[in-house]
Each structure stands twice: as structure tokens, then as C-alpha cells.
Design a protein around this ligand. Structure first.
Ligand SMILES: [Zn+2]
Length: 210
């Protein structure tokens, strides 16, 4: 649909090798959800524990094969570690879950609406948190007070949502998070090229300027 450049050097396993690690060094993988474009690298790390919300795994296993979920991504039978959304502990207006066997600096933060068991992943670095919001929103300006959507990205997110109310409710809470705690929590999402550019060496967006 998005015609991605299928460059092997961009795969997780190649990027990890460039950082000096072996695939077997990857012992834990935390996924926001199991959509085809978020789980394709799993077979490269067959020994890793794969942490995901239980409702997401249930949906994927019961609905696959589908446009959304591809069984080839888990044909190697990953070591799933699953979580119910409750009970968790309060985290900036959300609920945070503690992934088993991982330090407190890493949390699962359920962000509903995109898929059945969609979740964000929070990582504490120094005095601030990074919150990977996955597909909870698609365009950084959606979290601004004007709630601006991007015509193409909005088409993708509305056509792939499981619950419009839940998705918009999640975005409203993320907007509040950015407004109230933007100095403590830095958010980014999976498909926004302008956000991606913030974290790349050249800082050049792969899409048109926002
Ligand atoms: Zn998705």
C-alpha cells in the first residue's frame, strides 16, 4: 500500500549487527501490535521473548491470515509473553504494565483503537520518558491543539481502526499528555516521516515537508 523500499539493510537484524550485536543477543522484543508492517522481523529472532497484549495476540491468531495479520510472522512459534490491560499502575493519565523480566524503565502503555490490543511502549532515559505510540496516531500535528490531520495518513488510520471512539479518545489523552507533560514525556509514532527525521542522522524527512 505504501510501497516501502525493501532494503535489507533497514531490517532490525542488520541494524543490530551494525551496533555490534548478534541476533541471539536480542532476548526481548516488545511489540505495539501485530500488524503485518510491525511484526515482519520476528522470525529473525526466534529465541527472543515477544511481549504483547493478550487481546492483540488473540485477535491475530484468530483472524490470520488476513490483510492485517500474517501467520508466517509467527510460524516459528515465538516465546510469547502476554498481558491483560488491567491491573496496571497509573502513568501520566494512562495505565502502565510492567513487562516480565524487564527493568522498571520499560513499560507497556495500552493505547486502544487502532487494533484490538494496541499498546505504546515507554522507555525511561535519564530524566524523561520516550513513548513509542505505534499507530495510535499517524501525524504529529494531530496532537496539537488544532488536531490537524494529514490527508493520506488519516485515510490509512481511519481505514485500519477497530474503534473510532477508542482511537480518538486515545489521541485526546495523548494530546493532553503532550500539553501537560511534554517536558517529561517525548512521544513519537510509527508512520510519521517528520518525526522519524528527528531521530535520523541527516534529519531529512522521507515525505513532503509538514
Ligand atoms: Zn498498524
Amino acid at each position: 500500500m505504501a510501497q516501502p523500499a525493501l532494503d535489507e539493510e533497514e531490517t532490525a537484524i542488520r541494524q543490530i549487527a551494525r551496533l555490534g550485536f548478534a541476533p541471539s543477543d536480542v532476548r526481548h522484543i516488545i511489540l505495539t501490535h501485530l500488524d503485518v508492517d510491525h511484526s515482519g522481523g520476528l522470525p529473525d529472532f526466534p529465541d527472543a521473548h515477544v511481549h504483547v497484549l493478550a487481546s492483540e495476540l488473540d485477535a491475530a491468531l484468530s483472524q490470520a491470515p488476513s490483510f492485517r495479520y500474517r501467520p508466517a510472522h509467527w510460524a516459528h512459534e515465538p516465546r510469547w509473553v502476554t498481558y491483560d490491560s488491567d491491573p496496571g499502575e497509573p502513568w501520566y493519565g494512562f495505565t502502565a504494565l510492567q513487562p516480565k523480566g524487564l527493568p522498571q524503565e520499560i513499560r507497556l502503555v495500552p493505547l486502544g483503537g487502532h487494533t484490538t490490543g494496541h499498546s505504546g511502549i515507554a522507555v525511561q532515559r535519564g530524566d524523561r520518558w520516550l513513548l513509542h505510540c505505534g499507530d495510535a496516531y499517524y501525524y504529529h500535528r494531530e496532537l496539537g491543539e488544532l488536531k490537524e490531520t494529514h490527508p493520506l495518513l488519516d485515510m490509512v488510520q481511519t481505514s485500519s481502526q477497530v474503534s473510532r471512539d477508542l482511537r480518538l479518545g486515545t489521541q485526546a489523552r495523548l494530546r493532553e499528555l503532550v500539553r501537560e507533560h511534554g517536558d517529561e514525556v517525548e512521544v513519537f509514532s510509527a508512520h510519521d516521516p517528520w518525526e522519524f527525521a528527528r531521530y535520523t542522522d541527516d534529519g531529512i524527512p522521507t515525505g513532503r515537508e509538514a
